[in-house]
Design a protein around this ligand. Structure first.
Ligand SMILES: [Zn+2]
Ligand SMILES: [Zn+2]
Length: 173
């Protein structure tokens, strides 16, 4: 195994995680897939990955769910928490290297989760010209057009106009 190998040893793995569980932070529609290149260095394991996944996002305008494909590219340093030769616990890293657990599991999942989270836009939109919801009746204007547009064209004067019409009617003999 890589941890027991001399520095410079590399290992290529292919991630194909069919049903990653990142909910409720992230909803993944497709497997997370891609190559990860691992390299044993003097003290650590460096993992470099290029993964793809399809995220399900909610449009900030029309509130409909939509899918978007994202790519993440990461390079992270993982430090063993046990001395590989002796099994003795190592003192926690003084830098921001990630830990490899005492079970010698290099947990890419948390790395992937964090990188995917950075791919989520603050205000996702299903398409650049999504017209969102009607502010009047709440209908999704792209899929479910409503009649509010025509009415609201009269705007604040609608009531006034009705008044005039009333007045006009009254004068009619
Ligand atoms: Zn939308
Ligand atoms: Zn409407």
């Amino acid at each position: 195994m890589l941890l027991k190998s001399p520095p410079g040893t590399t290992q290529d793995i292919f991630v194909d995680e069919a049903s990653p569980q990142f909910e409720p932070d992230l909803f993944i529609r497709s497997p997370i897939r891609g190559p990860v290149h691992l390299m044993r260095t003097q003290r650590d394991i460096v993992a470099r990955g290029d993964l793809m996944a399809t995220l399900e996002l909610e449009c900030s305008r029309c509130l409909e769910p939509f899918a978007t494909q994202v790519e993440i590219h990461f390079e992270e340093v993982y430090r063993p928490s046990l001395d590989v030769a002796t099994g003795a616990p190592l003192k926690p890293p003084d830098d921001d290297a990630l830990r490899i657990s005492e079970q010698q599991v290099l947990d890419l999942k948390e790395t992937v989760r964090q990188y995917l989270l950075t791919m989520v836009p603050i205000q996702p939109v299903c398409q650049p010209d999504c017209r969102g919801l009607c502010p009047n009746c709440g209908a999704a204007l792209d899929t479910d057009p409503c009649q509010c547009d025509a009415e609201s064209r009269d705007g604040p004067f609608a009531a006034l106009k009705a008044l005039f019409e009333d007045g006009a009617n009254r004068r009619t003999p």
